[in-house]
Design a protein. Structure first.
Length: 392
């Protein structure tokens, strides 16, 4: 029998890929070819199945020719040999299975919807390691040929992009969604060190602020799951000693314990009602599971008690943000949509489906923050129930 936790994660990954595929295709955005980085293999920088890493690259033009955006794809994690082996047979663990994604949202070449970044060099780093680009295990599993080399994948691709012109970049952004958003937080200062000549370099994490919420249902499983991910991929040495010297390494995979020490300017884009965290990480009592599943699929049928749990999550999320401090270089756009991921969808990025805070869409807020046209720390404190935002 497949463990229930694994089933949950597989369903999540399948659902996320279907949604992303639909979003990219239905918007008619730019199709960009996949680059397989064969040269990375000799450096041990490979996907879970040992295949070379991959990325998609759209060359910049005009006044954006010296500006670069590196986008880290999301897609969950794997915490065991069996879990990672499943991914190794799919696009989230093998470049052999990767097909081109369409570039929309912040990656779009449309000047109308993406005025600030449409003509930048835009790169989507495909996610095939299961560790948010932080794992580094030297040993290869002889029985399964399983590799755990996410940190090497990140370094090899950045090195290749530097040779393609990023070493001479003026403006640079590291961006990511979901597990890629967490990867952006974890790699932000490291990326800054790899691109020292850029005059302006900033990081944007979309839906990557996963909270511990130690007083809410499922806290023990949240903590143990990330501890397993950290241990299985040997992530401890990648994590900052400022955190691991004070607490268990697994807890240092939660952004709340890391963000305060990040020196590079960082923007946090998230919903306080993050659908992924509520759906897959907020687990009430097992006896309530069937009713809870109905609720999280359709907020309109939630009972008062179930809604209270969801509201408690929002409270914990906002309190966690307060605990990380109010740095002047920290940008925020914390909305109340019952959604996970915003940047790759053109409608959510800068269309009718984009939540507005301070009378700005997400695109306007991030553009203003990046180019320092205004201070941006927008948090929706008015809606204490999740909003049914749409993409239309």
């Amino acid at each position: 029998m497949v463990p229930k936790g694994m089933v949950d994660h597989l369903l999540l990954l399948i659902g996320a890929l279907l949604v992303m595929n639909t979003q990219f295709h239905c918007e008619g955005n730019d199709k960009v070819d996949v680059t397989i980085l064969e040269s990375a293999v000799s450096k041990g920088a490979v996907c879970l199945d040992g295949s070379p890493p991959a990325y998609q690259y759209a060359k910049g033009f005009g006044d954006g020719a010296k500006n670069w955006m590196v986008y880290l794809e999301g897609g969950g994690w794997c915490d065991s040999k069996s879990d990672c082996l499943k991914r190794a047979n799919e696009a989230l663990g093998s470049s052999k299975k990767i097909t081109p994604n369409y570039f929309g949202g912040i990656l779009s070449q449309s000047r109308t919807t993406n005025l600030d970044f449409y003509n930048w060099n835009r790169v989507m780093v495909r996610y095939c390691d299961g560790s948010s680009f932080t794992g580094d295990v030297e040993e290869i599993d002889q029985e399964t040929n399983l590799h755990r080399r996410g940190a090497r994948v990140f370094n090899a691709i950045v090195e290749d992009l530097l040779a393609k012109g990023m070493k001479n970049a003026s403006n640079v952004m590291l961006v990511g969604n979901s597990a890629g958003g967490l990867a952006t937080i974890l790699n932000c200062d490291h990326f800054r060190a790899l691109v020292p000549s850029a005059s302006k370099l900033k990081c944007i994490a979309d839906s990557g602020f996963f909270i511990r919420a130690k007083d809410l249902p499922g806290a023990e499983e949240r903590e143990s799951y990330y501890a397993r991910v950290v241990e299985f991929h040997n992530i401890t040495r990648f994590l900052p000693k400022s955190c691991t010297s004070k607490m268990d390494p697994g807890l240092c995979f939660f952004p709340e314990n890391l963000v305060g020490d990040i020196q590079t300017p960082l923007f946090l884009l998230n919903s306080a009602f993050d659908k992924f965290q509520i759906t897959y990480k907020l687990k009430p009592h097992p006896a309530d599971e069937p009713q809870w599943q109905n609720c999280i699929q359709n907020i309109g049928v939630c009972s008062p008690g179930q809604l209270q749990i969801i509201r408690d999550f929002r409270t914990a999320f906002l309190e966690t943000l307060q605990d990380i401090g109010n740095c002047s270089s920290r940008g925020m756009f914390i909305n109340s949509c019952y959604i996970h991921d915003f940047l790759w969808s053109t409608a959510r990025w800068n269309g009718n489906g984009s939540p507005r805070l301070g009378n700005k869409t997400i695109a306007q807020a991030i553009g203003d923050w990046y180019f320092e046209r205004s201070f941006v720390q927008e948090i929706d404190t008015k809606n204490d129930y999740p909003l049914n935002c749409t993409d239309s």
